[in-house]
Write a protein that binds this ligand. Structure first.
Ligand SMILES: Cc1ncc(COP(=O)(O)O)c(C=O)c1O
Length: 420
């Protein structure tokens, strides 16, 4: 059969690579941690798909079959990129929040979830009552010790606690400070206490390889829009058993293997389909997979080194401004991704962000970054460390990644210098 396809509006690739990012000339985007710009690989994949996409898992036509294939290939590519084990599920979700809520709904009865107070709200709020929230530690080793102690206590508790399921849910990198958490060590401790571990990789995955098998973690969640793919797709990757035993996240078409005439005569599908009712986001899935494929083919070490050099320039520049105080949980030399949060003494953070946008074409984030307990704590700590009594009650955050340049960082530092 011959298909007539309208040529897709693919921009020239002559001068661009798959990991170049789109943007608007003159606008300095330093807000990657909220939403990263679109990588050329994702834009091209979407542009190529637009003329011929059709229903996914729902049609016998050639376009439909091709779309279904593209969707399932995207699942495979993303699973491979994140080191999924052969029997793991890769479930498409809308974003990390959706993925963590899905995992929360799939917990076995009686499960206890253990988190730290430094998490993003997406990894604090979905968990059931009775979950344990550990205090934010002073350094990564403190996190491992605190988890070990908490899980030991949980397992030593009453008889039911000895064998009930426990899930540890931690971030790979803080969205407030960029600081990295010791995932492999936390996973070892969790497993020693017969607990599972889920990693919120929303902030880590855009900056460093995250491999489920190598880290020996049970679940991983990611947002496409933070990983250089446009909005609307994320994934939950991990162990199949809880997911297959849970009630479907959404009830509806595509999640069933049989629906009888009686109201509740339903057999739910197993596998990812169980939790993906409704027509899926093919474009989002394919865009995310395209970025994963491009990153898999890139020199991640070189990308990491370049980003770390820029981050050092940013943090050194902040440290040199006497009226700007950085927020941090761990020591100043702790490993971190391209994120720095800070306050300008005597200035409202919202007004500073508005000023940077209006007068310098710089986009940063201000507020408490959907991590209110952590941000409040770090603001208090920053006031104590700096000895300043004029720090504002909310903060600013600059975040970088692919496409960020020294000029971007220097423009921010120069603008901040004028606010002293
Ligand atoms: C560490 C972390 N987890 C989860 C989320 C939630 O991501 P999303 O809004 O894409 O669901 C964010 C978003 O900023 C984040 O930084």
């Amino acid at each position: 059969m011959t298909l007539t396809l309208v040529p897709p509006p693919v921009p020239s690739r002559a001068a661009t690579g798959p990991l170049d990012v789109l943007g608007v000339p003159g606008q300095i985007n330093l807000d990657y941690a909220a939403t990263a710009p679109c990588a050329r690989a994702a834009a091209d994949a979407v542009a190529e798909l637009l003329p011929w996409y059709a229903s996914v898992h729902r049609g016998a036509g050639a376009l439909s079959r091709r779309s279904t294939l593209a969707y399932e290939r995207a699942r495979q590519t993303i699973g491979d990129f994140f080191g999924a084990r052969a029997d793991d599920h890769v479930v498409f979700t809308r974003n990390t929040t959706d993925a963590l809520n899905l995992l929360a709904r799939a917990l076995p009865a009686g499960a206890t979830v253990v988190t730290f107070g430094g998490e993003h709200h997406a990894n604090l709020l979905p968990w059931p009552r009775g979950s344990v929230r550990l205090p934010v530690p002073n350094d990564p080793r403190g996190a491992v010790r605190a988890l070990d102690a908490a899980l030991g206590e949980l397992r030593r508790g009453g008889t039911p606690n000895r064998e009930l399921p426990v899930l540890v849910a931690v971030t790979g990198a803080s969205n407030v400070t960029g600081e990295r958490w010791p995932l492999a060590e936390l996973a070892r401790v969790a497993h020693r206490h017969r607990a599972r571990i889920a990693v919120d990789a929303a902030q880590l995955a855009p900056h460093a390889p995250v491999d489920l098998s190598a880290l020996d973690v049970d679940y991983l969640t990611v947002s496409g829009h933070k990983l250089y793919a446009p909005f609307g797709a994320g994934v939950l990757v991990g162990r199949a058993d809880w997911l297959d035993a849970a009630a479907p996240y959404l009830a509806g078409g595509g999640a069933t293997s049989h629906v009888g005439d009686a109201t509740h005569d339903v057999r739910w599908a197993t596998g990812p389909a169980r939790h993906e009712a409704g027509t899926p986001n093919l474009l989002g899935a394919v865009a995310l997979a395209a970025v994963c494929a491009a990153l898999a083919g890139a020199d991640r070490g070189a990308l990491h080194d370049a980003e770390q050099a820029l981050l050092a320039r940013l943090r050194d520049g902040i440290a040199a401004l006497p009226h700007v105080v950085e927020l941090r949980t761990f020591g100043p030399a702790a490993a971190r991704v391209g994120i720095a949060s800070f306050v300008v003494a005597g200035r409202d953070s919202g007004e500073v962000a508005a000023h940077l946008a209006a007068h310098h074409d710089i986009g940063v984030r201000d507020g408490l970054f959907c991590a209110h307990p952590l941000a409040r704590r770090l603001l208090t700590e920053a006031a104590g460390r700096s000895g300043r009594r004029d720090l504002p009650p909310t903060a600013l955050r600059a975040s970088i990644g692919l496409g960020s340049t020294e000029e971007h960082v220097d423009a921010l530092l120069a603008a901040l210098a004028t606010l002293g």
